[in-house]
Write a protein that binds this ligand. Structure first.
Ligand code: DON
Length: 304
């Protein structure tokens, strides 16, 4: 497979979409990101790295980071995790409050904001220093010890994150948030505020393409079955109320963020990451989804 040619073709075909859509407005630090960026990277299990455009430029990974939190919480609690959070698609926006009341404070899945706040609560209860554990895990899987939190983005979202505070207080009333809400938000907003580039993101998801083992080092992260479950959740819930459309168009498990990043995994082969800050109506990168659709169409490879 000539991935460099494929990336060039994708880059050309998505160019009319680059700069289209809306950069996330509700986090002031993200509203300032230039909308016309586009990068894409492919990392294979065999160690090949291919990239194009702004693939080496850092951006705010936002909800893509929920996969790191989920991986760590799943390792800590095992099957007991599913007593605190469901595994069904929500069919609602990522920051929706409505289901929580009639489902008694148990979020539909770990990838909507409510679910990830529960993950942050679990990490706070189970780990001595969750922020340190999370960033060390990301550095290890991405093979870059310099990856860090972007404190400006984190501070910016802390001021405007009223919905997330509301979700956490509400779940506290059902005893599904057990630590002080400010502490839970601090952990959650920190992992959303990690700054990375497409190459690092694609590389860091390779353990999910490799049945739970980091390919270059052979280090065990998850069992084969646990990795399967996280990939299944990405396929069904990773793009919120656009997950069905993403599965239909792309055919890979993926996770998006309002920074405009999307990472997808092709089991036993590769990780692929895209970045385009202009978002569609569901809060996912417009150019990013198109690029991934072209990737599976041009290569003829997907999980189906
Ligand atoms: O909590 C929030 O709203 C953001 N920190 C993350 C949301 C997000 O990335 C949704 N993804 N498309």
């Amino acid at each position: 497979m000539n991935y460099d040619n494929i990336l060039r073709e994708i880059y050309e075909e998505v160019s009319p979409l680059v700069g289209k859509g809306k950069v996330a407005q509700y986090i002031p630090a993200l509203a300032a990101v230039p909308p016309d960026k586009f990068g894409m990277a492919i990392c294979t299990l065999g160690g090949e790295i291919h990239s194009i455009g702004d693939a080496k430029e850092n951006f705010s990974i936002q909800s893509v980071s929920k996969i790191y939190a989920l991986t760590l919480a799943f390792k800590l609690l095992g099957e007991k995790l599913w007593e605190r959070v469901g595994k069904e698609p929500s069919g609602n926006p990522f920051n929706s409050l409505v289901q929580l009341e009639y489902e008694r404070g148990i979020p539909r899945n770990p990838l909507i904001n409510a679910g990830s706040l529960v993950l942050a609560d679990i990490l706070l209860s189970e780990l001595q220093d969750p922020k340190k554990t999370i960033i060390e895990f990301v550095r290890k899987t991405a093979h870059n010890p310099a990856i860090n939190y972007d404190n400006a983005v984190i501070a910016s979202e802390k001021i405007t994150g009223h919905r997330n505070f509301a979700l956490a207080y509400f779940m506290h009333s059902f005893n599904n948030i057990r630590n002080p809400v400010d502490d839970v938000l601090d952990v959650y907003l920190h992992h959303c505020g990690i700054s990375m580039n497409c190459i690092e993101l694609a590389r860091s998801f390779l353990f999910l393409a490799n049945h739970g083992v980091i390919p270059d080092t052979g280090e065990y992260v998850l069992s084969k079955s646990e990795a399967k479950r996280i990939n299944a959740l990405m396929l069904t819930c990773g793009l919120y109320d656009e997950s069905g459309d993403f599965a239909f168009r792309v055919g890979l498990p993926g996770k998006s963020g309002v920074g405009g990043g999307i990472v997808a995994v092709l089991p036993e082969k590769l990780g692929v990451a895209v970045w385009g800050p202009g978002l569609g109506m569901y809060g996912n990168s417009l150019a990013g989804i198109k690029a991934l659709e072209l990737f599976t169409t041009l290569t003829g490879i997907s999980i189906f």
